[in-house]
Design a binder for this molecule. Sequence first.
Ligand code: ZN
Length: 141
Amino acid sequence: MHSQTAPNPIETVKDEIRDQRRHLSRGRTILSENRTDNHLIGKFQAVAGATVETDLNIVFSRRWKKVGLTERENTVKFAATVRCTGHGCADPVHEVPATGEFLLDGDADETAPAAQPVIDAARKWAQQHAETCRALPYSRY
Ligand SMILES: [Zn+2]
């Protein structure tokens, strides 16, 4: 089985958190407060040739602060999606549930590693799927 994985997605997560923070702190922002940033973190080739892709979803959002409900705060959480592109695949999409929300203003070095269990779960599912999925790649049709 052939597989490719990004070298260090946690570093990418740190960069994305800092990037989002930088944009929002400017007031007039290009990036939305509510957006999901998807990063390819793994690509596996299934036994019959279909491609299984794993995406880390970095979910930025904005919520009311719990105390007082007069101010809002920006948050980030992590989820992952596995997609099998095989023709006739019985189980083409798998979602790894999101982590809890972290404050965007928190230390990115401490927040980013929270994405690791999600990444591991997604890659594990993708790898197991790739080992068992007999779906054919679309290009053969
Ligand atoms: Zn499949």
